[in-house]
Structure formats: structure tokens, C-alpha cells
Write a protein that binds this ligand. Structure first.
Ligand SMILES: Nc1ncnc2c1ncn2[C@@H]1O[C@H](COP(=O)(O)OP(=O)(O)OP(=O)(O)O)[C@@H](O)[C@H]1O
Ligand SMILES: [Mg+2]
Length: 362
């Protein structure tokens, strides 16, 4: 489906290590800046314990999760917007993603740091500045065009101009476009610019294996993120990469020893899913129990369209059982007998966890 979360950050902060763990792909993660030259895309299944609970009731032949794509983008350095490092090429890769996972180094140690010392807040500011400068360049160009066209009374340009002016002023002060409070209409007017700092953002704090508590570097990132309303997911990428290489039995043992019930990676994937504004509904038949992703706010027909465009065109109704009811009444028949099966029409707004059965004609 190609909804992508881009992994960005300074060189050598652990992006590829995290990406490797996410995809188990063996791309080079070395103690050497710029070891990722081309972007790498990985399709990552979204862990959802609800799927197994549904499967335990339905006993299907197959169980199929949803997936999101993660893109490993090579490290950005100060000056990237002016072509430093591999500069503009990286920025172009970031333009193509739908959301940004910003990896910040919160571990000490002898891995080389491009700025010579571990300081996550300074690192965040370096990246933010580059992204804001790149956006400012796009906005300035667009503003120039809009101002010229506005003189000729071009309607679209007249509408765009004040939005671009607002953006230019904010970006000039080093603010992100995200923080400027644009409404949906204003955002739509500048969608064609693919602004980097308008994309939803979360932080991934890459900590040492003992760095989840009493870690002032992590605390600093949390404080910063709270001010921006952004989520922070702490994870030890190095451990996750090791975990990803173990077979299932060894992995479970390892997690048990550490007192965890799932890999930290699962939190990263779920946070990414949320950031992309996706939610899950299920279909539960004997052939397969399957999770499907739709944007939050999707209607019944739109949700049906994720399975097949004919389902959307010919949508009649969706027989709907909430996840909790499906579990409590042990399946669709039980839920129906208890009066918990709803017939929802074209205006129904699908809720996370709905178990749906579409009726349609073609
Ligand atoms: N949590 C951690 N603790 C200790 N070392 C780590 C941790 N995470 C990653 N590393 C190490 O940091 C080094 C750099 O990691 P990695 O190659 O993933 O960085 P990167 O962000 O992809 O860099 P680049 O931008 O150059 O591609 C590797 O040697 C890796 O093993
Ligand atoms: Mg890398």
C-alpha cells in the first residue's frame, strides 16, 4: 500500500541497526558514518495480539497481519539543506515518506559521533534546522510564484499567498511547519510542496541496554518532545538487532530473562502505525483471519475498498461486531444471538478493532 515511515537522524545514531531489526534484512550497520547510501525500504508486519485472540475462536487456515513500510534514510548532517554530506538527495528521500521517525542517540560509549559528543537536544536541533531550511527554500520559491500570479488575480494564488507567508515567517524563526497551527484547508493548499516539517513526527530514543531508567539523555528528549506534543519511544537498537536474529524459542527465553513480554521493536512499529494515522479492522472467516488498515475516520465503503474496489462500489452494508463483543460472545454467531451484531450503512465511521463482514453487489 506504500504508506511509509522514514527513519531519519544524524549519521551513526543507530538508524540502520533499528531498520535491520525491523526487517531482519542484513544491510550493513557499521561503526562508520554514511554506510547507508541508498534508502532501504522494509515491509514490517504490525504486531497485534488481537489477531491471535480472534484466531483462537475462529480457527482459520491463515492469519494475516497488516504491515507498514519503514525506510532507512542515510544520516543527515548540518548543512544538508545546502548540499553538505549527501545533502539534498537525503532530503528528497524524506519528502517521499508519510511520517518521520527521528532516531536520537541517547547512549554513551565509543561509537563515533559526528559532532564529537553525545547531546540529543543539540542533535535534534541540527536536524530540525536542516529540515526547516529545506522547507523555507520550497516555501520561498512557491511564494514568489504565488505573488506573481496573485497580481494577475489568479484565484488559487490569492488563496495560497497568506498561507505561504505564514509558513515563511515561522520557518524563518526556525519553527517547524507542524507547529504553526495550519488548519486542514491551509494544509491542502500547500500539499504539493511536500513540506518535511509538516509530516507527523515521533522520536525514537536509542538507549544503552541499561539506559531505560535514570538516563538524563532520555529525560531531555522526553521533555523536548512533550513541548512539541510528540511521542518518544525508547528502545535499545543494538539489543533489538540481536533479538531479531534469534529463533523464536531463544527470543522468548531472552525476553523472559529480561523481564519483558515482547520485543521493544513492537512498540516502535505500533507507534509508527499510530503516527501514520492508521487503524485496524478485522475480517474473521474460516479461510483467514485478517487485519486490514484504514485511515482513521474511514467510512464503511472506504474500509471495504481496502479489500477490493468492487466492495466499495457495490457496498450495501457492513455487518459489524466490536472486537470486545466478538471475544466475549465467542464469535459472530454468538454476538448475533446476543444482539451485538450491527448492520451499518454507507455513513458508518469504522472503529479500531471492528470485526466486519461486507455485503455488496457487483
Ligand atoms: N543502543 C545502542 N548501544 C550501543 N551501540 C549502538 C546502539 N545502537 C546502535 N549502536 C551502534 O552504533 C553504530 C552505528 O549504527 P548504525 O550504522 O545503525 O547508524 P546509522 O544511524 O544507520 O548511521 P548512518 O547515518 O551512517 O547510516 C553501530 O556500530 C551500532 O552497532
Ligand atoms: Mg545507516
Amino acid at each position: 500500500m506504500g504508506i511509509k515511515c522514514g527513519i531519519v537522524g544524524l549519521p551513526n545514531v543507530g538508524k540502520s541497526t533499528l531498520f535491520n531489526a525491523l526487517t531482519k534484512a542484513g544491510i550493513a550497520a557499521a561503526n562508520f558514518p554514511f554506510c547507508t547510501i541508498e534508502p532501504n525500504v522494509g515491509v514490517v508486519p504490525v504486531p497485534d495480539p488481537r489477531l491471535n485472540a480472534l484466531a483462537a475462536i475462529v480457527n482459520p487456515q491463515k492469519v494475516i497481519p497488516t504491515a507498514v513500510e519503514f525506510v532507512d534514510i542515510a544520516g543527515l548532517v548540518a548543512g544538508a539543506s545546502k548540499g553538505e554530506g549527501l545533502g539534498n538527495k537525503f532530503l528528497a528521500h524524506i519528502r517521499e515518506v508519510d511520517a518521520i521517525a527521528h532516531v536520537v542517540r541517547c547512549f554513551e560509549g565509543d561509537v563515533i559521533h559526528v559532532a564529537g559528543k553525545v547531546d540529543p537536544i543539540a542533535d535534534i536541533e541540527t536536524i530540525d534546522t536542516e529540515l526547516a531550511l529545506a522547507d523555507l527554500e520550497s516555501v520561498d520559491k512557491a511564494l514568489n510564484r504565488a505573488e506573481r500570479a496573485a497580481k494577475a488575480n489568479d484565484k488559487e494564488a490569492l488563496a495560497k499567498k497568506p498561507v505561504l507567508q505564514k509558513l515563511a515567517a515561522g520557518l524563518n524563526e526556525g519553527k517547524s511547519a507542524r507547529s504553526l497551527g495550519l488548519d486542514e484547508e491551509e494544509k491542502a493548499l500547500v500539499r504539493d510542496l511536500f513540506l518535511l516539517t509538516l509530516k507527523p513526527l515521533m522520536y525514537i530514543a536509542n538507549v544503552a541496554d541499561d539506559g531505560f531508567e535514570n538516563n538524563p539523555l532520555l529525560d531531555a528528549v522526553r521533555e523536548r518532545a512533550a513541548g512539541e506534543g510528540a511521542e518518544v519511544v525508547p528502545v535499545c537498537a543494538a539489543i533489538e538487532e540481536e533479538l531479531a536474529q534469534l529463533d523464536e524459542a531463544d527470543r522468548d527465553e531472552f525476553l523472559k530473562d529480561m523481564g519483558l513480554d515482547e520485543p521493544g521493536l513492537n512498540r516502535v512499529i505500533r507507534a509508527g502505525y499510530k503516527l501514520l494515522d492508521l487503524q485496524t479492522y478485522f475480517t474473521a472467516g474460516v479461510k483467514e483471519v485478517r487485519a486490514w488498515q484504514v485511515k482513521r475516520g474511514a467510512t464503511g465503503p472506504q474500509a471495504a475498498g481496502v479489500i477490493h474496489s468492487d466492495f466499495e462500489k457495490g457496498f450495501i452494508r457492513a455487518e459489524t461486531v466490536s472486537y470486545d463483543d466478538f471475544i466475549q460472545y465467542k464469535g459472530e454467531a454468538g454476538a448475533a444471538a446476543a444482539g451485538r451484531l450491527r448492520k451499518e450503512g454507507k455513513d458508518y465511521i469504522v472503529k479500531d478493532g471492528d470485526v466486519l463482514h461486507f455485503l455488496f453487489n457487483v
